[in-house]
Design a protein around this ligand. Structure first.
Ligand SMILES: C[S@@+](CC[C@H](N)C(=O)[O-])C[C@H]1O[C@@H](n2cnc3c(N)ncnc32)[C@H](O)[C@@H]1O
Length: 273
């Protein structure tokens, strides 16, 4: 499959699966590699034969859908966002929980990949924010992901330096044990992170949340209608004054009620009280 055929194929199939071609454009190689492998498994001659096969097999669309994901993530990705979470959002939510007599802050990480995002939150909370909160309060995170292979990696908690290079040295030093060339996340930072295999198009974890991280998935890869439907569900899951964080390069769609932009920060929204 050459580059041109790959692009044509994705432009044809992605909208049928309610994905946005624009989201996949720059990172399409991951998906093309999986499709090539699938063509080999099916013993087909190439992408044109695969396209014909799809037209005759409804089931194959589900398999193609399961190949359309991008597994790029890093600890502390978009550092400014995590700095704001550390210095403003967590202290605000900690105060809010104490005023309301709650012993936990609840967070949902949507499309958590191999755990980079929820574990970053737990590192920040346990190493930086919690020591300043002089009362019993825990950060409980539900991290959902559709892909079981990525979830298994999250369970193992072993990373290469590449996915950790943006993490401040303090968190790297105190959060990980170096094993040969890799880094193992210490058990204490996996506590209170519940990993669940879930497709955000179909399921939502139960209960309300103080903080929802929905970055680099829904607003990048899903088509507009689907974005709105999922975002409305997500906003509904926020507690009053809770925060929704979207990706640093994502645009919040018009017409979603219930949240307002927080202090002019492009990717942070707060639920109205
Ligand atoms: C580009 S990564 C972003 C990871 C993380 N949120 C971040 O910003 O670093 C997108 C993740 O969403 C997962 N994903 C894709 N479709 C999904 C779906 N329908 N439901 C849940 N997770 C999904 C992918 O497997 C991948 O791990």
């Amino acid at each position: 499959m050459n580059n041109h055929d790959g692009i044509n194929f994705l432009q044809w199939c992605l909208p049928r699966l309610h994905y946005r071609w624009n989201g996949f454009r720059k990172v399409r190689r991951q998906v093309c590699r999986r499709i090539k492998q699938r063509i080999k498994e099916l013993n087909l001659s190439g992408i044109h034969e695969y396209q014909k096969f799809l037209e005759e097999s409804e089931e194959e669309w589900n398999i193609l859908d399961s190949m359309c994901y991008i597994s790029i993530s890093r600890f502390y990705r978009d550092k400014k966002v995590f700095q704001v979470i550390e210095s403003i959002l967590f202290p605000f939510l900690a105060n809010q929980s104490l005023v309301e007599n709650r012993a936990e802050i609840r967070c949902w990480s949507v499309g958590c990949c191999s755990g980079e995002e929820p574990y970053t939150l737990q590192l920040i909370w346990k190493l930086s924010v919690f020591p300043l909160v002089k009362q019993h309060l825990s950060l409980n995170i539900i991290a959902t992901e559709r892909n079981r292979i990525l979830l298994d990696r999250a369970h193992k908690g072993i990373y290469t330096f590449r996915s950790l290079k943006e993490l401040p040295v303090k968190f790297l030093r105190e959060g990980f044990i170096k094993v040969n060339d890799e880094y193992l996340l210490k058990d204490e930072f996996r506590e209170n992170v519940e990993l669940q295999c879930q497709d955000v198009r179909l399921n939502t974890p139960s209960g309300k949340f103080d903080l929802i991280m929905c970055r680099n998935l829904v607003l990048t890869y899903f088509e507009k209608e689907l974005q709105k439907e999922i975002l409305e569900r997500i906003v509904d899951k926020l507690r009053p004054k809770g925060f929704l964080v979207i990706g640093a390069h994502e645009i919040f769609p018009k017409g979603i009620g219930g949240v307002t932009n927080y202090r002019n920060m492009k990717c942070i929204y707060q639920k109205s009280s």
